[in-house]
Design a protein around this ligand. Sequence first.
Ligand code: URA
Length: 206
Amino acid sequence: PERAVAAMADQEPRSLEALNAIIARSEPLVPGATQAVLGEGPVGATLAFVGEQPGDQEDRQGRPFVGPAGQLLSRAMQEAGIDRSASYLTNAVKHFKFEERGKRRIHQKPTAGEVSHYRWWLDRELDFVGPRLVVALGATAVLALTGKAVPITRARGPFRFERFHNRFEGFITVHPSYLLRLPDEAKAEAYAAFVDDLCRAEALGR
Ligand code: URA
């Protein structure tokens, strides 16, 4: 019976800490990841950022947005006047999925099934953090937050997401890794548009 009680408590964590303990103990849906990468930032953060899934660096370090895309995000946040350490950063999917090519581990996009597997956690997480605005970075985050596949080019900008007990103002923008993949001649303009989006999100979250 003690075990059963513990299992039930596991089902309904009472704090972000308790939820994170469950996530940290969980096996990846697709085997391979070193560890679960938990969200980072204070409960009560005004802005929450939702990415796709941890990348190679995040998987090794156990922290979200520390690799190349994360560094670009940090720079853009700073330019938009957003304090990264006061914001909450997390991912739709908590484990890195990759394909091995020689020594490199190539990121693989999570399937819709994988995104829906992790949605329960994301919902609880955002409930505990209670941000004023949730910024969805890219299509996977939008899918996780709305349950719908929406093209970013059309949906970019403010949106409202409502699911279960979550009712948050949101803002949809591109994923920073998209900016890294653009041809050089398109990068500057796309990056400026991304910073603009973050400025708008910052103003909306005030
Ligand atoms: N890309 C993401 O979506 N999340 C991370 O944490 C890092 C890269």
